[in-house]
Every structure is written in C-alpha cells, then in structure tokens.
Design a protein around this ligand. Structure first.
Ligand code: NAD
Ligand code: MG
Length: 384
C-alpha cells in the first residue's frame, strides 16, 4: 500500500487524482490534502479520504477548516503545512498551480520521496536547485504532464539515452489554431478559456491558448530528460490522441496514444513502474478516425520562441519567463490586459533580464520577485 500526499487537491488535477485514488483503494492511502481556499470541497475530500493532515493555504480559513475536518485529522497552514505534507508520504502529487508549488517540489525531493509532478512551474523556475535536490538518495520525479508522461513511457524502450535523436512534444494548438493576428486582437477571456480538447484549471488553459504552455513544456522536457533544446521540437496535433513521441537515431519513432484524460498520466505517475487497470485511456479503434500533424505558427504564437530563448539562456531566465507569464495571465484574467499583451509583457520583462546565481532557494525567490515587479510595471503601462 502506497501513501500519497495530494497537494492542490481541489483543482483540476487534484479532483481527477481523487477519482484515480478512489478507483484503487487497495493500492493507495491518502495521508495529506492541501488547497489554497476552496474550503467546502477540501472538507468534503477530507470526509471521504480521512487524511492524517489537511493544509489550507489561506491562514484566515484555518479555524473553519479545523472545525470541519474529521476527528484525528491535523490541520496546518501555508508553506509550513505544504512542507509537512510533502514529507509524510511515499508519493507526493504536486498539483498546486504556479510558482507556489516550489516548496512542495523541494521538500519532496529533499526528503528522498517520489514526486509525481504536475506543477511544471516549480521545475522550470527553480531548475538549478531542483536538480540538486533530485540527487538526494530515493528522490525521483515521475511526470504527470501528459507529454512528459508519454516521453517517460517511450524512453523506457531504451537503456542508452545517447541513441535518442529528438523529442517531439505534441500540442493541441489551443482554441486559436489557424487564427490571424487581426482575429487575435479581439480575443475575449471566454474565448481563451474554451479549450478544444482538455478541461483544465484557468492558468494552464490560458497558457494553452498562447502556446506558452508548450514553451514551458519544452523547458520542462529539457530539465526532466537532459535533452538539448535543438533536439526538442513541437508538433501541433489537434486531436490530442498522440501525447508525444521520441525519435531514435536509426529513424524509428515511438509514440504514446490514449484518450485525452489526465487520469491516465496521474495513475501512471502514482503507480509506476506498475501499471494498474484503469478505465480512462483506452481508444476505440473500431470507429474511423484521423490523426493530423502540422508545425506550430511561431510568428503568431510568440511565446514559443520566448520560452526557447529563456531555456537556452538558462540561469534565472526560465524563472523570469515563468514569473512574467504568471503576472500577465493574472492581468489578462482580471480584464486588465488584452490577450496579445501576454506575450508583450513576457518579452519586455525578459528584455530587462540579468542573470543571477540560482544556487539557493532564496536566490530563486529573489529572481521570481524581481521578474514579477518588472512584469507588473510593464502590464500596468500597457493597461494605462
Ligand atoms: P487549478 O487552478 O485547477 O488547481 C490548483 C490547485 O492548487 C487548487 O487546489 C488550489 O487550491 C491549489 N493551490 C494554489 N495555490 C496554493 C497554495 N499556495 N497552497 C496550497 N494549495 C494551493 O490548476 P490545475 O489545472 O489543476 O493545474 C495544477 C498544476 O498542474 C499546474 O502547474 C498545471 O500547469 C499542471 N498541469 C495541469 C493539467 C490539467 O489538465 N489541469 C495538465 C498538465 C499539467
Ligand atoms: Mg501538458
């Protein structure tokens, strides 16, 4: 029986993880749950799963959570709670959104546990310190992000990583595939939140509309698998059935296919190397279907090149990219920035980038703060 901490339990990944865990009660026991502020759902999950620990991000909600959890469940607050939750289980699913997931990633790896990683932002922004923590005996990252989960599965076919020629990350193309720059000038928040194939939280849905999500995933793939940027390509595949591919130097390509349902990669990351029976992924091959592939439009979707540039610059550049993007997405969702302004804010923030050493948690926090301050200024100017 594996114990699991599910952090970010009330979100899109978190609630799907509850489905997966409930489907395999003989394999998994939930020891901790965490959410920022959705008290009602968090308490319902606590009543269902009886974890030893529940963490609430917003300290003003402590009393209501303490009074609502089942007898015997401890309640903690904020980062201290997240760190405690990340060190009390065999597997930690980091499904917190954004840079706020960094303490979970670091505490899990430093405790020598398995990190089932959905929160790509912590790996991207904190890469130098995360890579160091990853060397802790017992520590390992199994990706939940569907593309990286696909690559992880394909790479199991080789014992010699030098035979890999390139990674091909697939992208649905988002809701604006094929749109012109003129059309994109008039995008509304509702347009950008209407993803054609995946149902996800608001931040990653906006990232998917700008293709920043794919850009972040290129950096994520580089960090996870150690493949150089010139060997990581993006392929637009609107059906979201092929979740990514690996090409070998002999010209052979392996792909992983399944329904676009995050419960499959969540279950894979929790159960690996075992694969347990689950109803979420299998395809119906008895019906005619077509799979198509095309290159992304890197002129319209400028976030792709911004991400490659930040990844290749390395150091604190990915942290700046991710921080500026979080600020810009928040401003867009608050109605303070047009959709095309997201790429503008990220580009202008990165223009002011200067590298700093990233060898301590404090330096990662400082880089994040500095980039956010600049990005807020840029976003405010563009609003005003
Ligand atoms: P979401 O917004 O739906 O949920 C985020 C969760 O994090 C919520 O439970 C929220 O309460 C919690 N949270 C936020 N800040 C917190 C804090 N400071 N302390 C404790 N909890 C906090 O987001 P999501 O779509 O589930 O995405 C989560 C992560 O997974 C993101 O990094 C995203 O990029 C990644 N991801 C998501 C999907 C998907 O299908 N949704 C796919 C791949 C990767
Ligand atoms: Mg993904």
């Amino acid at each position: 029986m594996r114990s699991v901490s599910l952090l970010g339990s009330t979100g899109s990944i978190g609630t799907q993880a509850v489905d997966v865990l409930q489907g395999a009660p003989e394999r998994f026991r939930v020891t901790a749950l965490a959410a920022q502020s959705s008290v009602e759902l968090l308490l319902a999950q606590a009543a269902l799963l009886h974890p030893a620990l529940v963490v609430i991000g917003d300290p003003s909600l402590y009393a209501v959570v303490r009074d609502g959890v089942p007898a015997g469940t401890e309640v903690m607050v904020g980062n201290e709670g997240l760190v405690a939750a990340a060190t009390c289980a065999d597997v930690v699913l980091n499904a917190v959104v954004g840079f706020a997931g960094l303490p979970v990633t670091m505490a899990t790896l430093e405790a020598g546990r398995r990190l089932a990683l959905a929160n790509k932002e912590s790996l991207i922004a904190g890469a130098p310190i995360v890579q160091k923590a990853r060397r802790t005996p017992g520590a390992e990252i199994v990706p939940v992000d569907s593309e990286h989960c696909a690559v992880h599965q394909c790479l199991a076919a080789t014992a010699d990583p030098t035979t890999v020629a390139r990674l091909l990350l697939t992208a649905s193309g988002g809701p604006f595939r094929g749109w012109s720059t003129d059309q994109l000038d008039k995008v509304t928040i509702a347009d950008a939140l209407a993803h054609p194939t995946w149902s996800m939280g608001p931040k990653i849905t906006i990232d998917s509309s700008t293709l920043m999500n794919k850009g972040l995933e290129v950096i994520e793939a580089h960090e996870l698998f150690g493949i150089s940027y010139d060997c990581i390509d993006i392929v637009v595949h609107p059906q979201s059935i092929v979740h990514s591919m690996v090409e070998w130097r002999d010209g052979s390509t392996l792909a992983q296919l399944s329904q676009p349902d995050m419960r499959l990669p969540i279950g894979y990351a929790l159960g690996w190397p075992d694969r347990f029976a689950a109803p979420f992924g299998s395809l119906d091959w008895s019906r005619p279907s077509t799979l198509t592939f095309e290159p992304p439009d890197r002129t319209v979707f400028r976030c792709i090149d911004l991400a490659y540039q930040a990844g290749i610059s390395a150091g604190s550049a990915p942290a700046w990219l991710s921080a500026a993007n979080e600020v810009a997405v928040d401003a867009f969702l608050a109605g303070r920035l047009p959709w095309h302004g997201i790429a503008d804010v990220v580009a202008e923030t990165l223009d002011g980038w200067r590298d700093e050493p990233m060898d301590q948690v404090e330096s990662v926090l400082a880089a994040d703060e500095e980039a956010r301050a600049i990005a807020r200024g840029v976003a405010a100017r563009r609003t005003g």
